[in-house]
Design a protein around this ligand. Structure first.
Ligand code: FE
Ligand code: CA
Length: 522
């Protein structure tokens, strides 16, 4: 088997366009590296995980469906899973398909492995070999588990900086990385100067979204992170369009037009994420991402979709209320309607059932946007809230918190992103009553690169919200959390300079949640 170097030298020698030639009987011969987008693993279970790659010899092709002129349908890819980093002891191997209908992506559900152990993997196709990735299976169901480390990340706008935060998280050896949304940004931002989206155009088509993901996946720090550990991924708005809600777009597109766009965006997400093919394969504009993942008896992750099923933005109306806005119940009674939902009826029932049944010591609700009440004092002394996060869906938030209280689920912790700043909050059923019990704890991670809102404005808002125990929007970074039976310690990690590709890392604060006591010390 020629190594990657030989293949690449061959490419130079041939000096032909990227792609493959002479493919016959399932054998491809590559003239440029088809694994330029790297490898990824996801959805770890006690007996396996999903392995991902995408054959893309010409990653930013004008025609990503047939990169480099690939024709003739699916392309066979072999995969190997080993118990050692040198790939000597092969535990599993087989043949997967890079599906032409999904931009030649591979989603291989690997099973039959041992719980709670390290594996390494790689792909081979037509003489080309991918880099080696690392992944750890989850501990056996219910097994006594003493420790688990995971990272959570959100809001990586390529145009605003380098992904050093991803590189530093990879170095912390987490068992799991949770992507909470805004993994890509669909639009072009005139404020950004560090890097440019390759096509300098808003993604609106399958080709546009595919090439956006491909550009992000060419980033070496993001490749390092995906190769280091298994991912879980949910999305926020920018995977499709800023501030959209279900079928309602920010730009007042007719729902059927917007759903066609959403279908292409969801498909591109599927094509580039290590998600479970049996669960997440898109069906028109519908794609399921919500699911549950357990790590022994220690922790259950309830991964939630906060975009696809939500009610329309409150008081959504042309010409200027297509985007999230400050709103209150006096001007907008719709905000307070009891039927409004962030999760949709089916997902809410699924979540409540899972919380009721969970035997895990810690229960992490992984989702996209800020949940705590955040009232924003206006010049006349009245309060508004932001309509795009849980403050725009207060009845839905109340139902979730009531269920958490009534089900007595152990140690509920909500994690989120979207707001480009660090938060540690106490969630209550009555936010105005200082003595009301804390129902759950919320931790929000800052952005990988995306710019925050005005720091002083948020600091002023926070003064009217004693449920907020910590806020800082000045830094870019991520959260790295260690869960032990007795406590959860979450380090708010920051990078020195988002415009420096070699940025260093430090710890801004550590949030500690004690077993059996909702609330946070920081
Ligand atoms: Fe964002
Ligand atoms: Ca967002």
């Amino acid at each position: 088997m020629p190594n990657r170097r030989t293949v690449l030298q061959g490419a130079v020698a041939l000096a032909v366009n990227a792609g493959l030639i002479g493919r016959a009987a399932g054998q491809a011969k590559w003239t440029s590296d088809p694994f330029q987008l790297g490898v990824a693993s996801g959805c770890p279970r006690p007996d396996g995980f999903v392995l991902w790659t995408r054959l893309a010899p010409d990653p930013l092709s004008a025609d990503p469906a047939t990169p480099g002129g690939m024709t003739g349908g699916d392309v066979p890819v072999t995969y190997e899973v080993a118990t050692d980093p040198a790939m000597r002891n092969i535990a599993r191997h087989g043949r997967a398909r890079a599906e032409a209908a999904f931009a030649h992506s591979v989603h291989e559900q690997v099973s039959g492995l041992s719980p709670g152990r390290d594996y390494w993997y790689r792909f081979t196709s037509g003489g080309a070999q991918s880099r080696i990735g690392h992944v750890r299976t989850a501990p056996a169901i219910g097994a006594a588990t003493e420790r688990m480390r995971f990272g959570f990340v959100s809001c990586s706008n390529y145009e605003f900086g380098y992904f050093s935060a991803y590189r530093h998280l990879a170095a912390e050896d987490p068992a799991l990385i949770i992507f909470l949304g805004d993994y890509i940004y669909e639009h072009i931002d005139p404020r950004a100067h560090t890097r440019r989206h390759s096509d300098n155009a808003e993604a609106k088509t399958l080709q546009g979204y595919r090439n956006r993901y491909a550009q992000y996946r060419l980033d070496p720090d993001l490749q390092t992170l995906h190769a280091a550990a298994a991912a879980l991924a949910t999305w926020d708005d920018h995977e499709v369009q800023n501030d959209y809600a279900d079928q309602w777009s920010q730009t007042f597109d007719p729902p059927e037009i917007f759903l066609a766009r959403r279908a292409t965006a969801y498909q591109a997400f599927y094509e580039h994420m290590p998600v479970q093919p049996h669960l997440s394969r898109p069906n028109g504009p519908a794609m399921r991402v919500y699911d549950r993942f357990a790590f022994g008896d220690l922790v259950a992750f309830h991964l939630i979709d906060g975009r696809q099923y939500r009610s329309r933005e409150a008081c959504y109306a042309p010409p200027d209320k297509g985007r999230a806005h400050a709103v209150n119940g006096a001007i907008c009674p719709e905000l307070l309607q009891p039927g409004r939902s962030m999760l949709g009826r089916m997902q809410e029932a699924w979540l409540f059932d899972g919380l009721s049944r969970s035997r895990a010591r810690w229960n992490i609700l992984a989702q996209d946007v800020l949940m705590t009440r955040l009232r924003e004092r206006q010049g006349d002394g009245s309060f508004d809230v932001w309509s795009d996060d849980w403050n725009g869906y207060p009845a839905s938030r109340t139902r979730v918190l009531q269920h958490i209280r009534d089900s007595r689920v152990a140690n509920p912790v909500v994690i989120g992103g979207d707001i480009h700043s660090f938060w540690a909050n106490e969630l209550k059923l009555d936010f105005d009553d200082a003595r009301a019990p804390v129902i759950a704890t919320e931790l929000v991670g800052t952005s990988i690169t995306s710019p925050p809102g005005p720091e002083e404005m948020f600091r002023a808002y926070v003064r009217d919200n004693p449920n907020v125990k910590f806020f800082d929007g000045r830094h870019r970074g991520y959260v790295c959390a260690d869960i032990l039976p007795g406590r959860m310690e979450s380090r708010f990690q920051i990078v020195s300079d988002v415009t420096d590709p070699k940025a260093t890392r430090s710890t801004l604060a550590t949030a500690v949640i004690e077993d059996g006591r909702a609330g946070v010390s920081i």
